[in-house]
Design a protein around this ligand. Structure first.
Ligand code: TMP
Length: 241
């Protein structure tokens, strides 16, 4: 099998497989912050993010949320449907944290009701700026239907993930998702779903189980990621329910 590199990002490499509709993803043993300005090699992190992502995509599939995920390979890489990514990061927030807490000067983890949905324009050179609906339309980044579909889908994903994480003692603070169009023009949830892209707090200890541990240099991210993976495995694979 000859695979050509399609894309090399901060957290993963993507390769074209022999099937034009299928892409092979390899998650890197790397953590980045501040849009790649801070970077560190972390042995074993790629496998952790890949396994967590696979479990969450499969869970969402069972819950009726279609997505690009096809299967996890034996070496921990993944095969996904090829999509053309909509250049928008869709962030959903249930509790204040990160940029939201600092921008509006609200206490960390203040409950946000209703949940807040925000768009950011995916552009490394512009540092992924916040963007509103009219700006998206005027800049022809996406149309009205895509804006409303992605926002509605993000809220549905939010409900499903809150419910799952609740059952394994974890609070979903916020998360980022991306969507893409298949060659048939179908909009699908894409990218990855892991603690690299969501904030997760252990309900009991209140400790971060996500990339904030790396961003804030307060420990080894792999410990939290492993906790998330073990609890998801127990719940979803070992048939705890
Ligand atoms: P923020 O508070 O830094 O805006 O982040 C909100 C959520 O989105 C958090 O779970 C981290 C995630 N996120 C990404 O996955 N990629 C990004 O580039 C940014 C800015 C946030």
């Amino acid at each position: 099998m000859t695979e050509s590199l399609l894309y090399s990002g901060k957290a993963k490499n993507m390769f074209q497989t022999d099937d034009p509709e299928i892409v092979h993803i390899h998650y890197k043993d790397q953590a980045t912050a501040l849009n790649g300005k801070v970077k560190e090699k972390i042995e074993g992190k790629g496998q952790l993010t890949s396994h967590i992502s696979a479990l969450l995509f499969n869970y969402l599939t069972v819950q009726g949320i279609e997505n690009h995920f096809q299967k996890e390979l034996e070496n921990g890489d993944a095969l996904v449907r090829k999509v053309k990514i909509v250049p928008l990061e869709v962030v959903t927030r249930n509790f204040a944290a990160g940029h939201f807490a600092s921008r509006f000067n609200v206490p960390m983890h203040k409950a946000l009701k209703p949940a807040v949905h925000e768009f950011y324009f995916k552009s490394d050179s512009l540092d992924d700026p916040f963007i509103n609906n009219e700006q998206i339309l005027a800049l022809e980044i996406a149309d009205k239907k895509t804006i409303s579909q992605t926002k509605e889908e993000a809220e549905l994903i939010n409900q499903k993930l809150i419910n799952l994480f609740d059952q394994i003692g974890i609070t979903l603070i916020d998360f980022k998702v991306e969507f893409g169009f298949t060659s048939q023009g179908k909009l699908l949830l894409a990218d990855e779903l892991s603690p690299d892209n969501m904030r997760l707090l252990d309900k009991e200890s209140g400790k971060s189980l996500d990339k904030d541990v790396f961003r804030q240099k307060i420990g080894d991210v792999r410990i939290g990621y492993q906790t998330v993976l073990d609890r998801l495995n127990n719940k979803l694979i070992a048939g705890e329910n």
